[in-house]
Structures are given as structure tokens and as C-alpha cells.
Design a protein around this ligand. Structure first.
Ligand code: SF4
Ligand code: SF4
Length: 425
């Protein structure tokens, strides 16, 4: 880290001993998994820097912005429309967390058989280790899966600024009306928080900022079609993870720079793995920092990940918001249209997701799919079976993995992944 940020963390109310322990785990994980990779694009140096300053410089930037009057809004889900937040000159940060923390405390409030993602969010709050959570002026929870929506009833006792947004579970006319009503209510809440009245020009600007981030990520994704793969799945995942908390303009610029480098690599037929390395599409639950376990297992088992069908990946960034409209009402409709296409497994039925998985297999020329489900995540575990069946019908090999954030099953997972990679070779 470039400076000593101890007093900043103290002022945010973090537990300095616990926070040090978290930073150590994060730093060691990053060192072992990321910095041991070979032939990484030089542009990844920016993301190495971001990771080294994730609780340092980036938090200082957010606090400086806050001191200048800007508000910070934290979110656990890609259904929270960043366009509206940006339109009010506020900053959206992702609060999804990818590591176990303070589990003894968490399990006093949540059943043991709750998914790791929800438990981790609680652990970061209860362990007082997340500067993003503590910097947020508003924390948005969304009624998506049962685990999340019921856990917010408890989270509201731990954070005073929780705002809960309802999300439909069916893609019907009534479902669209619900999400539209909720986005209009959210717009009003953001206006109240920031004191900014969102007009059409502001909304257009907000859409442009977020679309630019998405377009940069789309460009990166398209380059991953090449064989040999010009970037590892681990590095591409990192870019998708950083999407949620970096400064949007700087993020867009950095991803575009990596894309320029990858284009040159492709031209020279250079890659991070040899040509014809088995190609995997990873599909399923979101992977938040520092949840790199499964991608690391896959890419140290003789395969390369060429796409993520995930909210931290293509499901979250797939569509752009149409900014060609002129009024607030029309632009809000465009936002609703964009988000109502997200094919999260909370929707029933959810045929679009299966179609997208098959489409991604074809686009990225994947040899097989690894479906990643977090233990106790009913929506994705339930959906993993029809996904596997649909892929089998198209002769696309599929391996279903259910796991959590612990490292106890690494050996067993590695054996299964190696056998799968051997089979698809
Ligand atoms: S998987 Fe569903 S609930 Fe989770 S972040 Fe994505 S859209 Fe939200
Ligand atoms: S991983 Fe599954 S259970 Fe956990 S928050 Fe996401 S959708 Fe809910």
C-alpha cells in the first residue's frame, strides 16, 4: 500500500486487528494465485495496483469524494441500476464478498446452511473489516433469492441505512410493472439522499458512463474467442470483479488499454496457454473478490476459462441501456428494459439463461461447461440440472460443482476438474 491508512480505517470504525488479518489473507491469496501466473498482459499491472490499494487509495478516493459532497451507495446485486446512481453524481460500489469472516458470529444470526455469499456479507459487517460497507451512505438490498431477502430482515438491525428494493420473480407484464415501480422509487430515494434532481441530461450521462464500462468489457470478452487465449480466465475475472468498485472512467480506460495489447497478441498468435488448450465456459453463481478458488483450480488443471456466464461476468454486463431517448420517462423505460433482461436464476421459468449458456459456448468456442453452484444456493443449484440436461442434449460436456469459500475441498475438486479436462481434450 502506498501510505499508512491506519487512522482512516480507525475513523471508519474498522477492527484493526481483524482488518489486518483480512488483508493478509487477501494479499496471500493474490500473491499465490495471480502473481504466479505466466505471460500476463502488461496492462494487468493496473489491476495488480488496484488490488494492492483496494482498502487503501480507493477508499481514500471515496472518502475525499464524500468530503466534497458526493454520496456512496453500496449494492449486493446487479439489479441495482448504476445509471440512476451516476445520474445523481453518486458512486455505486459492490458489497458482494468472497471470503469467510467472523463465521461464529454470523451463525448466531443466520442458519449454518445459508450460502457463503450472504454469510460473507454479514461476516464483513460483524467483523468490522469492510471499508466499502462503512463508507456507504445507503446500502441497497434487493429481494432476489429467499436467502437474501430474509437475511435483509436481520441486516437492517446491523446497518442503519439499508434500503430494500423489491425484484419480481416472473418475467410477466406484472413483473415488469413491479421493477419499473421499484426503479422509480429508487430514483426518488437517490434524489433525496443526494439532493440532486435527476433530469434527462443527467440520466443520459449516467447511462453513457455505465455503457462505456460495459462496452470495454464486451471488447475484452470478444478477444477471448482467439486460440491461443490472449488472457487467462483469472485475469478476465479480476477485470469483471474490479468493474464493481473502481472509478468508472479509469476502469473503462484501463480495460480498453488491455484490449489494445490483446489485439497485438492475437495478431502475433501469442497466448497465455498453448494453442488448443481445452476451453471452459464457467457458469453459475457470482464470484466476488477474493473468491478465485475454482478458476484457479481450472487453470492449473490444463484448461483455460474463455467466458463467465455469471453476474460477475457476461450475465451482469451483457446488454447496454438505450440512451437514444429524450425524456426522463423514456430513459427510465430504457433502464427497465435493460435490467429486465438479466437472466438470474431467481426467475421462474428462466429459459433465457440456458439459451445464453449455449450461445456463449458457441461464441467462445468452449469445449465444455463447468457449472459453479454455491452450496445452499437453491436457485442456481436447482437450475444446474436443467442446464446440464440441455447441454447434454447438444453434446456439450458439463461438470457440476457445488462448493463454498473454504479451501478444504481443493484436492477433491482438482481431481474432478482434471478428469473433466482430460475427458474433453
Ligand atoms: S445472481 Fe441474481 S441475486 Fe445474485 S447478483 Fe446476480 S442477479 Fe443478483
Ligand atoms: S449465491 Fe444464490 S443463495 Fe447466495 S445470494 Fe446468490 S442467488 Fe442467493
Amino acid at each position: 500500500m502506498s501510505e499508512d491508512y491506519t487512522s482512516m480505517w480507525e475513523n471508519l470504525g474498522l477492527d484493526l486487528v481483524a482488518h489486518d488479518a483480512l488483508l493478509e489473507v487477501l494479499g496471500k491469496g493474490y500473491q499465490d494465485i495471480y502473481l504466479t501466473q505466466k505471460d500476463r498482459p502488461e496492462g494487468m499491472g493496473y489491476f495488480d495496483f488496484v488490488m494492492s490499494e483496494v482498502h487503501g487509495l480507493r477508499i481514500k478516493e471515496l472518502l475525499d469524494e464524500k468530503a466534497a459532497g458526493r454520496k456512496v451507495i453500496g449494492s449486493f446485486c446487479v439489479f441495482v441500476p448504476e445509471e440512476i446512481v451516476q445520474a445523481a453524481d453518486a458512486t455505486l460500489v459492490g458489497l458482494c464478498t468472497g471470503a469467510d469472516f467472523a463465521m461464529d458470529e454470523v451463525e448466531k444470526l443466520l442458519p449454518r446452511n445459508t450460502c457463503s455469499l450472504i454469510k460473507s456479507a454479514f461476516g464483513f459487517k460483524m467483523g468490522k473489516v469492510c471499508p466499502y460497507l462503512e463508507s456507504s451512505d445507503m446500502i441497497v438490498g434487493e429481494n432476489t433469492c429467499d436467502g437474501k431477502k430474509k437475511s435483509y430482515e436481520t441486516l437492517t438491525n446491523l446497518v442503519s441505512n439499508l434500503y430494500v428494493m423489491d425484484i419480481p420473480q416472473v418475467k410477466s407484464v406484472e413483473g415488469r410493472a413491479l421493477i419499473k415501480a421499484e426503479y422509480l422509487r429508487f430514483k426518488e430515494a437517490v434524489e433525496e439522499l443526494t439532493g440532486v434532481a435527476i433530469d434527462a441530461a443527467r440520466l443520459k450521462k449516467g447511462i453513457e458512463i455505465v455503457n462505456n464500462k460495459r462496452m470495454a468489457i464486451h471488447k475484452l470478452s470478444i478477444l477471448r474467442k482467439a486460440d491461443p487465449a490472449p488472457i487467462s480466465g483469472l485475469d478476465a475475472l479480476l477485470a469483471n470483479q474490479v468493474f464493481f468498485y473502481d472509478n468508472p472512467g479509469r476502469f473503462t480506460e484501463s480495460v480498453n488499454k488491455i484490449c489494445d495489447e490483446l489485439e497485438q497478441r492475437i495478431e502475433k498468435k501469442e497466448g497465455v496457454f498453448p494453442k488448443e488448450t481445452p476451453r471452459i465456459l464457467l457458469s453459475g453463481c457470482p464470484m466476488a473478490v477474493p473468491n478465485w478458488k475454482l478458476p484457479w483450480i481450472i487453470e492449473t488443471s490444463g484448461a483455460v476459462i474463455v467466458g463467465e456466464e455469471s453476474c460477475v461476468g457476461e450475465r451482469g454486463t451483457r446488454n447496454l441501456t438505450d440512451d437514444s431517448w429524450d425524456t426522463v420517462e423514456e430513459l427510465m423505460e430504457a433502464i427497465v428494459d435493460r435490467y429486465f433482461q438479466v437472466d438470474c436464476a431467481i426467475f421462474t421459468p428462466n429459459p433465457d439463461r440456458i439459451e445464453h449458456i449455449v450461445e456463449m459456448v458457441e461464441t467462445y468456442k468452449a469445449d465444455g461447461v463447468i457449472h459453479y453452484g454455491l452450496q445452499f444456493c437453491q436457485p442456481y443449484l436447482m437450475e444446474s440440472m436443467p442446464v446440464e440436461k440441455a447441454l447434454e442434449a447438444k453434446n456439450i460436456p458439463c461438470l457440476r460443482i457445488d462448493t463454498d469459500y473454504s479451501m478444504e475441498d481443493v484436492g477433491q475438486l482438482k481431481t474432478r476438474v482434471e478428469a473433466f479436462v482430460e475427458m474433453i481434450k
